[in-house]
Design a binder for this molecule. Structure first.
Ligand SMILES: NC(=O)C1=CN([C@@H]2O[C@H](COP(=O)(O)OP(=O)(O)OC[C@H]3O[C@@H](n4cnc5c(N)ncnc54)[C@H](OP(=O)(O)O)[C@@H]3O)[C@@H](O)[C@H]2O)C=CC1
Ligand SMILES: O=C(O)CCC[C@H](O)\C=C/C=C/C=C/C(=O)C/C=C\CCCCCO
Length: 345
């Protein structure tokens, strides 16, 4: 009988994730029924939404997440033995995948990879997968960048942010990246960012004013919080903001309250930037990437072309060993990853 290693969510998150939030168990897998296949994880993705999704997770459930897996047994015509799939199977080494897995905004159906060996399989969890599509559609369709415009990207050295900054360069923009270490900022310069700000060291407001003396036209927001308030206050009229992520608040146990007055001494929360939004007539758009599911291949194809043309550099932080999934998520939330965070089984 095939056994799966599975991480279940056993203690609700309080603040930063810890090893105690998870338990590793072994599960006996049933024999396959018609239409099913058995998937063996090769790489697992480590993503910020795993922490943000917590209010929807029930104690005792398998931890949410996607993986690249090999089909090692099959009673499915669509998923033959030896093929590779990307699937939201959770934190598990082996999965019996039913023909009609329930589908939602965060759990799209498994997809076959047309794998020719030219890039590592892990890329289908990053630059050629969900984060790559997020950068492509979330930036181009929402920020609508024009050549010569000034673009700011927060979370700039991560999977999505590093990709967005490079698309902005391809589109002829001036790009300013905000990230959490000198090492990350250094890498961003090597991949073409024009200016970088280390938000843990620099005064972001002053550094941004120096880097963007004529103001900011597009802001791709991966983090929210005070960084976002600061950027919004330096935006030009008719600027566009792509609200992709808000990792600065994912470890908060209670959502930030909207504060009525913007002009007092209260901490920076959402309404402190409402006045510049109105006066500068900014466009703000939040999104969840699966809204573009019907156009997915456009992003994969374009991102692949840009890589082949040498216009898109990609970096991964790979943690070895399935049992290190919790550690990899904790390290992501602590900012220890550069580029896409991956676990190799
Ligand atoms: N809307 C959508 O459909 C999607 C949204 N997202 C969102 O995009 C964002 C980036 O995701 P992804 O590229 O996968 O992750 P990253 O690879 O960027 O990893 C997360 C990074 O966030 C930074 N970070 C952590 N805490 C804070 C904080 N308090 N303030 C500022 N930065 C912080 C860290 O870098 P540093 O060292 O710079 O602090 C860390 O490395 C996330 O917010 C995610 O939720 C991702 C995919 C789809
Ligand atoms: O790799 C794949 O192709 C599958 C990825 C599956 C993934 O589950 C799909 C979408 C992910 C979207 C991520 C969004 C964010 O990070 C935005 C922030 C928060 C999301 C969680 C909020 C849940 C609220 O209850």
């Amino acid at each position: 009988m095939m056994k799966a290693k599975v991480f279940i969510y056993v203690h609700p998150f309080e603040g930063m994730p810890t090893e105690e939030n998870f338990r590793l168990i072994e599960e006996d897998l049933p024999p396959l029924k018609d239409g099913e296949f058995l998937a063996e994880a090769v790489y697992l993705s480590v993503d910020p939404y795993m922490r943000a999704y917590a209010p929807r997770l029930k104690v005792g459930e398998t931890m949410i997440g996607s993986q690249v897996a090999k089909v090692i047994e099959s009673k499915s015509i669509q998923f033959p033995i030896g093929s590779y799939v990307v699937g939201v199977f959770g934190w598990r080494t082996h999965t019996v995948v039913p023909e009609n897995l329930p589908v939602s905004q965060f759990t799209p159906p498994p997809v076959l990879i047309s794998y020719d060996g030219s890039v590592p399989l892990s890329y289908y969890l990053g630059v050629l997968g969900m984060p790559g599509a997020t950068a492509y559609f979330g930036f181009l369709d929402i920020c609508k960048p024009k050549p010569g415009e000034t673009v700011v990207v927060s979370g700039a050295a991560g999977a999505v942010g590093s990709h967005v900054g490079q698309i902005a360069k391809i589109k002829g923009c001036k790009v300013i990246g905000i990230a959490g270490s000198d090492q990350k900022c250094q890498w961003l310069k090597t991949i073409g960012f024009d200016f970088v700000i280390n938000y843990k060291k620099d005064n972001v407001e002053q550094a941004l004013r120096a880097a963007a003396p004529n103001g900011v036209d597009c802001y791709f927001d991966n983090v929210g919080g005070e960084i976002t308030t600061t950027v919004i206050n330096q935006m030009n009229r008719f600027g566009r903001v792509s609200c992709c992520g808000a990792i600065a608040s994912y470890n908060d146990n209670t959502p930030a309250k909207a504060i009525a007055s913007y002009n007092d001494n209260t901490p920076a929360k959402v309404t402190t930037f409402l006045l510049p939004v109105i006066l500068q007539e900014l466009e703000f758009k939040g999104f969840v990437i699966y809204t573009w599911r019907n156009k997915w291949n456009e992003a994969v194809k374009r991102n692949q072309e840009w890589m082949t043309e040498g216009k898109l550099q990609y970096q991964e932080t790979i943690t070895e060993g399935f049992e290190n999934m919790p550690k990899a998520l904790i390290q992501l939330m602590q900012g220890k990853n550069v580029g896409k965070a991956i676990v190799k089984v």
